[in-house]
Ligand binder design. Sequence first.
Ligand code: FES
Length: 101
Amino acid sequence: MSEDRLPLLRRITRKEHAAIAFTLDGAPCEGRAGDTLLSAILSRSDSLRRTEFSGEPRAGFCQMGACQDCWVMTETGERLRACTTPLQPGMRIVTMTGKAA
Ligand code: FES
């Protein structure tokens, strides 16, 4: 994911909630208590992942656990649905094309 593009989401709530540290493709990141993985990732990135079929950027679609468009993985290979997974401290997330640190 490009660092020079603006994040897809702009945080308007939970700005004062406790910070939660995690890594995304090996880079240190920070979300807020109450974030899902999807909201935490898209608050710092312009896409959630790249599709394994065409390489096009994806950002989830339904935001409610139905469309399967928001899968990400942990560095240990566990698949997580980003829109329904609460952000937890120390999560080490990789995108479909990302490389674990
Ligand atoms: S955005 Fe549809 S399942 Fe997550």
